[in-house]
Design a protein around this ligand. Structure first.
Ligand SMILES: *Cc1c(COP(=O)(O)O)cnc(C)c1O
Length: 427
């Protein structure tokens, strides 16, 4: 691409100065140096999909492979591995307002959502409806329908957002009635970044005798939560928690509910090494395990979560709001005049840590960003370019530069013409 797009920060009317000043006073600035450096000049705006690699995780995974697997071999199960899923669960608990002993790691978000939804539905056998919204991640919709089938035919009511951006909070609350067994939503919507009022929805569900299951995949590590007041939750560890590709998901369940894991496996047995042919569930959160834990994938989560805890979830949320607000301000000046519209809430209190910008040529722009402008965002159909801002490593100057690179790319018709207008593969 050579000189088509200037790769340095560009000073301009909107001002590079404010970004630099915001970076200078950023209380979390030093965390950036604790991640493995990417290639020079690359701006990574996909931390909401795959978080960057903490330097501490490299050392820890090397230790686990070399010493625990290489030297200690099977003795490591007893040394440390057997408890690891619960240890990591306990380290995530304070980030999401849950008590120790109520969170565990294991399986994918989809599998955990299915386990919990089915388990919760069994507590409300006389009710036949699950409520969600059409901003939810498709896998959540699939898993909720499957859980409804497993529970003997609960149907899924999907409340529709009026604009594809703002969650249909009023519709959901109006829809909850005496037939509602379960309300399940993403805390932060994966496309628009809409942030639900967790307390309000939970209260409305509880008032009607329904249960609530939250998906924190796009909020854990950037938005605080008070799960202790809800019933159950799941979430990814590879997004803002930086646990690594495919790192297992977490699962929270309120211990007072008495929910049990419908997927019975030996890891959820009270005495797995008795190899009893009768299933006798382990009490508490340990019972939500099914089979052998992927220890290598678990290992990278520990140091990554420790870094989030050290930085503090409230400080992270403060910077996240500042970053997305800065982006939205810059958007109005630089991108709106070029035919972009905002695909995210304008109110920072109702926004997670990613912002979607929409354009009729978004698919082409996104490809040019990746291949020619050294910015890695991602594309979500039909016309969203998602910009994920991760407070531990995204600088205000990165936001400034990225927005101007988008502007430069969209103005370059010749560059865009290199790319097909239609989507061919997933990024
Ligand atoms: C990322 C994400 C998932 C991914 O689920 P996996 O089972 O880990 O692949 C699910 N739900 C939501 C809301 C997500 O944001």
């Amino acid at each position: 691409m050579a000189d088509l797009i200037p790769l340095g920060p560009f000073p301009d009317a909107a001002g590079y100065g404010p970004a630099v000043r915001l970076d200078e006073t950023d209380a979390l600035a030093e965390y950036r140096s604790r991640f493995v450096p990417a290639e020079p000049g690359l701006i990574y705006l996909d931390g909401n999909s795959l978080g960057r690699l903490p330097i501490a995780s490299v050392a820890e995974t090397e230790r686990v492979v070399g010493v625990e697997w290489g030297e200690r071999l099977i003795r490591s199960w007893r040394d440390r591995w057997w408890e690891l899923a619960q240890t990591i669960g306990d380290s995530i608990a304070p980030l999401i307002g849950a008590d120790p002993g109520s969170v565990i790691i294991g399986d994918s978000t989809t599998v955990n959502l299915f386990k919990l939804a089915w388990g919760l539905l069994r507590l409300r056998p006389d009710r036949r409806t699950i409520i969600t919204d059409n901003l939810n991640f498709p896998t959540d919709i699939y898993a909720l329908r499957a859980a409804g089938d497993a529970a003997g035919g609960c149907s899924l009511a999907v409340c529709e957002s009026r604009d594809g951006i703002i969650g249909p909070e009023e519709k959901i609350i109006a829809r909850i009635d005496s037939d509602t067994a379960l309300v399940s939503l993403s805390h932060v919507a994966f496309k628009s970044g809409y942030l639900y009022d967790m307390e309000r929805i939970t209260a409305a569900a509880h008032e009607a005798g329904a249960l609530v299951l939250w998906d924190l995949s796009h909020s854990v590590g950037v938005v605080p939560a008070e799960l202790g007041r809800t019933d159950a939750a799941v979430g990814c560890t590879y997004k803002y928690l930086n646990g690594g590709p495919g790192s297992p998901a977490f699962l929270y369940v309120n211990p007072e509910l008495g929910v049990t894991n419908p997927l019975r496996g030996w890891w959820g047995h009270a005495a797995p090494f008795d190899f009893d042919l009768e299933f006798n569930p382990a009490s508490g959160i340990a019972g939500f395990q099914t089979g052998t834990m992927p220890i290598l994938s678990l290992s990278a989560i520990e140091p990554a979560v420790a870094m989030v805890a050290e930085a503090g979830i409230d400080a992270i949320r403060t910077k996240s709001v500042d970053l997305t607000s800065y982006l939205v301000d810059l958007f109005a000046v630089v991108l709106a005049p070029l035919g972009f519209t905002l695909g995210s809430p304008t109110d920072a209190r109702r926004r997670g840590s990613h912002v979607s910008v929409r354009h009729p040529d978004a698919w082409r722009v996104n490809q040019a960003m990746i291949n020619d402008a050294r910015v890695l965002p991602d594309f979500r159909s039909p016309d969203n370019i998602r910009l994920g801002l991760a407070p531990l490593y995204t600088r205000f100057a990165d936001v400034h530069t990225a927005i101007h690179r988008i502007a430069a790319v969209v103005a370059d018709r010749e560059l865009l013409a290199k790319y097909p207008a239609d989507r061919s593969a997933v990024t």
